[in-house]
Write a protein that binds this ligand. Structure first.
Ligand SMILES: [Mn+2]
Length: 583
């Protein structure tokens, strides 16, 4: 069970007049005061921080205003993922709205790779560009920043990636990154597109504060919300404001690109409000597919075009690329599974490093995530291609993967990332040495830690307390995601009113009722509620579940919108026979 603060929860529930279970969930998110709770549950524009609080913002705005006034071409240099491409779209739109001239470059993932490239800066200079703004990249582009300085190009870096050890930053006219120690900006975990949003906000507010607050800013929040959810930054603080208000704006997409993308993803936000889940699992993969499999610049065209036919064409291409990506991913994942099943030494490692020839570099990050999900261990997937090893890694809670990688810095030609996700490139012959060192590193840093698929229970909630009113309150926690997880509840002493019904040989359906919490209390049987357990048929059989069995459940609340048997139900995340705690 997650850490409990019963007094703080009861106090908050009383003071803010909230259901106790909601107060418990808020306290678990570090919220103690009623005003904080109110702000969390009711995000509004006024919660966005003043962009001028960000270190470097003054200088960045002044230079950009000069460029706009003189119609000097500005080069936006992005990254190829959702965060990087939406960041380009955001700034491009803002600068063009103010009358400026924009060019953009998003590197080709395979041909150019991650990060700023000196050759692109040189070409831009030759074409008359004197101002370059990076988005979602640039924090470690020391050599390229030097190229810019030598050429006489002004460079503004906007990025959220962590600083190099020792806090050194590249030489630039301004660096917007709240992770700099000297930056007093209150929200440290903005994604790249949100930092671009803050720069756009600063520019627009200086031109017309009222119109910006009322009209422009809300429309910019759409793109920033997609990136905030897709980039898996914690959905609290300013990120929550951006995500919530942006999702709300997405109900009425004005642009041809978003409309076309919704159509291929079979989403209709006007009919059914978008959730964080929709963005993370239906929109983001399609946007990302462009950068993974081909050219991310088409995403920028998609979100910039006013031509519905062109937008439909580009969205259809994303759809095709996403399907290709899924197939590529499945093939490689099968190969990895086979490797782990057949290589006991590898499977026993605390930090997994799996390599293969020619695995598509666009999907190695997703593959690493899948391996982490299945093994509960940090994992790095390496693709070998033409003598170069490209790696992408994902971590587990409490293990700083970037630190592990930094301890091997001399092996890489390029590396970077953050606590949970890293990427690198190095000569293929360095791989055995990397594996050797990481194995030692993991022995020291992951020694006292057994991989476990922990089911985190957030609050106790007997089934008879699930009501439409409570569910209405819980809905105010949306958008759910990283840092603001969907609550998992615990109910003890739940009675099966019938034997489990098996569906497709794998799943179960249950008819449940909550017994009184204490065995001694009068048997007050309450209304029945349906339960569904995906892939739990074998578990139910091994527990010998039958009509009358008494169980403890971990569950999520679901609203089934089926016209006949719709209503509230529980999705079972885990179950055991009541009284089996000690087992
Ligand atoms: Mn990013």
């Amino acid at each position: 069970m997650a850490e409990q603060h019963p007094e703080a929860s009861a106090e908050l529930a009383n003071a803010a007049r909230l259901p106790l279970v909601l107060a418990e969930l808020l306290v678990a998110r570090g919220i103690r005061a009623p005003a904080e709770a109110f702000a969390f549950l009711n995000p509004e524009l006024a919660h966005l921080h003043d962009p001028m609080l960000m270190l470097g913002m003054d200088a960045a705005v002044a230079r950009l205003e000069r460029a706009i006034a003189q119609r000097e071409p500005v080069l936006l240099y992005g990254d190829y993922d959702v965060d990087g491409t939406t960041a380009v779209v955001l700034l491009k739109t803002a600068i063009e709205m103010l009358g400026g001239v924009v060019r953009f470059h998003v590197p080709h993932r395979l041909r150019e790779g991650y990060g700023l490239q000196s050759s692109v800066l040189e070409a831009a200079y030759a074409e008359g560009v004197r101002l370059v703004i990076t988005v979602d990249t640039g924090m470690r582009a020391f050599a390229e920043a030097e190229t810019a300085r030598t050429l006489g190009l002004d460079l503004i870096v906007t990025d959220h990636h962590l600083l190099e050890a020792g806090d050194a930053v590249p030489h630039a006219l301004a660096i917007l990154n709240p992770n700099q120690p000297a930056c007093a900006y209150p929200e440290k975990s903005l994604c790249g597109a949100a930092i671009a949003l803050k720069l756009a906000q600063a520019l627009l507010e200086r031109r017309d504060p009222v119109r910006t607050r009322e009209k422009t800013l809300p429309s910019f929040l759409k793109m920033a919300a997609i990136a905030t959810i897709a980039d898996a930054v914690p959905l609290c603080g300013e990120n929550r404001t951006i995500a919530t208000l942006g999702l709300r704006e997405l109900r009425h997409p004005a642009g041809a690109g978003l409309r076309a993308l919704f159509a291929v993803a079979a989403l209709d936000p006007a009919a059914k409000a978008l959730t964080g889940f929709d963005v993370a699992f239906r929109l983001a993969p399609r946007i990302n597919a462009a950068g993974r499999m081909d050219v991310a610049s088409e995403v920028i065209e998609l979100f910039s075009t006013r031509d519905a036919a062109r937008a439909a064409e580009l969205a259809a291409k994303l759809e095709r690329l996403n399907r290709e990506r899924r197939e590529t991913e499945a093939t490689a994942l099968n190969a990895i599974q086979a490797r782990l099943a057949n290589d006991a030494e590898l499977a026993g490692d605390r930090l997994l490093v799996v390599d293969g020839d020619g695995w598509h570099r666009g999907v190695i990050g997703i593959l690493a995530s899948r391996v982490v999900e299945r093994t509960a261990k940090p994992a790095i997937v390496v693709s070998m291609e033409d003598g170069v090893a490209h790696g992408s890694g994902r971590s587990v809670d409490g293990f700083q993967l970037l630190d592990a990688i930094e301890s091997c810095a001399d092996l890489f030609t390029r590396f970077g990332g953050h606590a949970f996700a890293i990427g690198f490139a190095m000569p293929a012959e360095n791989l055995p040495e990397l594996k050797r060192r990481l194995r030692l590193y993991a022995e020291v840093h992951l020694a006292d830690r057994e991989p476990e698929h922990v089911l985190r229970i957030h609050a106790a909630l007997p089934l008879d307390r699930i009501t439409p009113v409570l569910v209405g309150w819980l809905r105010k926690l949306e958008p759910l995601g990283h840092g603001n997880p969907e609550p998992i509840f615990m109910a003890r002493r739940v009675r099966l009113l019938a034997a489990p019904r098996i569906m497709k040989e794998r799943h179960i359906r249950l008819e449940l009722t909550q017994e009184s919490p204490q065995p001694s209390a009068a048997a007050g049987s309450t209304a029945a509620i349906r339960g569904v357990g995906w892939d739990l048929a074998a578990r139910a059989a091994s527990l010998g579940l039958k009509q009358g069995s008494l169980v403890d459940l971990a569950y999520r609340i679901r609203e089934n919108d089926h016209p006949v048997y719709g209503g509230l139900e529980v999705e079972i995340a885990g179950l055991r026979l009541h009284g089996a705690e000690a087992a």
